[in-house]
Design a protein around this ligand. Structure first.
Ligand code: DAT
Ligand code: MG
Length: 150
């Protein structure tokens, strides 16, 4: 549906490297609409909730440390097929396996410094949006809607 939502986050390395604008631009240019956005320094406790499914992985402690190492940009994008298309726009988890033209395929090299997060299913998107935006999102109507959708 055209109101599907995904949780996208520019990770600390993406912020430090000044890639926030480029990343947001890609989603805006594709036709996705921002419905929530904030700049935050996440706590380790909050990130452990975000990555709860990975808690038993050997890379989990390093992942939490990296993700807490600086501020992130938390964003909710809304639009047709936002979750699946968002994942395609990110590329693969490992940047070296990501197609040229994808965000990870164009801007990074190491799996542990892959600059961006994107929800992997509608169910996890809903969980992640509730975790990062307990205050809720802001619905609005874009004047371009009839030019982006039939
Ligand atoms: P994704 O971010 O593509 O959804 P994921 O949810 O499986 O991938 O893992 C979350 C993050 O954890 C990923 O972006 C980078 C890190 N990670 C995943 N697999 C890893 C590995 N084998 N070694 C180091 N870090 C890894
Ligand atoms: Mg994931």
């Amino acid at each position: 549906s055209t109101t599907e939502r995904t949780y996208i986050m520019v990770k600390p390395d993406g912020v430090q490297r000044g890639l926030v604008g480029k990343i947001i631009t890609r989603f805006e240019e594709r036709g996705y609409k921002i419905v929530a956005l904030k700049f935050v320094q996440p706590t380790e406790e909050h990130l452990e909730k975000h990555y709860a499914d990975l808690r038993n992985k050997p890379f989990f402690p390093g992942l939490i440390k990296y993700m807490a190492s600086g501020p992130v940009v938390a964003i909710v994008f809304e639009g047709l097929d936002a979750v699946k298309t968002g994942r395609a726009m990110l590329g693969a988890t490992n940047p070296l396996a990501s197609p040229i033209g994808s965000i990870r395929g164009d801007f990074c090299l190491a799996v542990g410094r892959n600059i961006i997060h994107g929800s992997d299913s509608v169910e996890s998107a809903n969980k992640e949006i509730a975790l990062w935006f307990p205050e809720g999102i802001t619905e609005w109507k874009s004047v371009f809607e009839n030019w982006i959708y039939e």
